[in-house]
Design a binder for this molecule. Structure first.
Ligand code: PGA
Length: 272
């Protein structure tokens, strides 16, 4: 079995301002991504740049995958301003972020997130559903918050759909934080355990093990490797650091170094 690739998902949010800039960034990303064996690069540009960047990336079969930052909960028809699953899929989109905290902050509720996730999966794409607490408290209430978000987002899931699900754990206090305070790998690992246990309790061991879990929030070239290797996540959802192709390159390079296995010293026979 091929080892799972580490997902490096770049969320460009509302940048850059022009297609010329977007194409220039993509050209650099394409050059280095081709050499990365252990990672899969997914770029989520603003909507108007999806088609041109997807063409540059070689379409759905290309090495770099294209993601959308959002999707409509509707199928099609009279919904001004909305963009549906079939439109995204036919524009070269393979991944769709749903329930990002910056969208939830505009009033997107949990039930809309669950409906959007269903549209992504029914449309044959992979859903990256974002969850995460807004703050941490000493009574560990935030653990119930995370479980509650999982329950709400996954309410319509069928067993077959889990193969195309990525859960992005993004604590809000670490997202777009100007002080770049990422969480510690140990704290991430605890949430990974919580998510897998939730999946196992509700859908069983096999489902719990196939779902990919990524971390997002103040990821930088300096902390990326530590967060993935010691946080035990399957990848990263990266905002600001993905806007600079050089930073993204450094992140990918750091993740393409094999994880060091702990050395076990064997005692020589006869020695005490
Ligand atoms: P950040 O954003 O990396 O800039 O903190 C992460 C995100 O919003 O997904």
């Amino acid at each position: 079995m091929k080892p799972k690739k580490i997902l490096v998902i770049g969320n460009w949010k509302m940048t850059p301002n022009t297609l010329v800039e977007a194409r220039a960034k993509m050209a650099i990303i394409k050059r280095f991504s081709d050499k990365m064996k252990l990672t899969e690069t997914i770029i989520c540009p603003p909507l108007p740049f999806i088609v041109p960047l997807s063409l540059m990336a070689g379409g759905i079969k290309g090495k770099i995958k294209i993601g959308s930052q959002d999707i409509s909960k509707f199928e099609s028809g009279a919904h001004t301003g909305e963009v549906g699953a079939l439109m995204l899929k036919s524009s070269g989109v393979s991944y769709v972020i749903v329930g990002h905290s910056e969208r939830r902050a505009t009033g997107e509720d949990a039930s809309t997130v669950a409906q959007k996730l269903q549209k992504v999966l029914a449309g044959g794409m992979t859903g990256v559903v974002c969850i995460g607490e807004s703050e941490r408290d000493n009574e560990a209430e935030y653990l119930s918050v995370i479980k509650g978000q999982l329950k709400e987002a996954l309410v319509y899931m069928s067993r077959q759909q889990f193969a195309n699900l990525v859960i992005a754990y993004e604590p809000l206090w670490a997202v777009n934080n100007s002080r770049n305070v990422a969480i510690t790998p140990h704290e991430i690992h605890q949430i990974v355990i919580l998510i897998r246990k939730y999946l196992k309790d509700n859908w069983g061991e096999s489902i719990a093990s196939i779902v990919k879990i990524v971390y997002g929030g103040s990821v930088t070239p300096d902390n990326a490797q530590d967060l993935v290797h010691n946080g035990e996540v399957d990848g990263l959802l990266i905002g600001r650091a993905s806007w600079q192709p050089e930073d993204l390159k450094s992140i990918c390079q750091s993740l393409n170094i094999e994880k060091k296995k702990p050395k076990i010293k064997l005692k020589k026979k006869g020695k005490k």
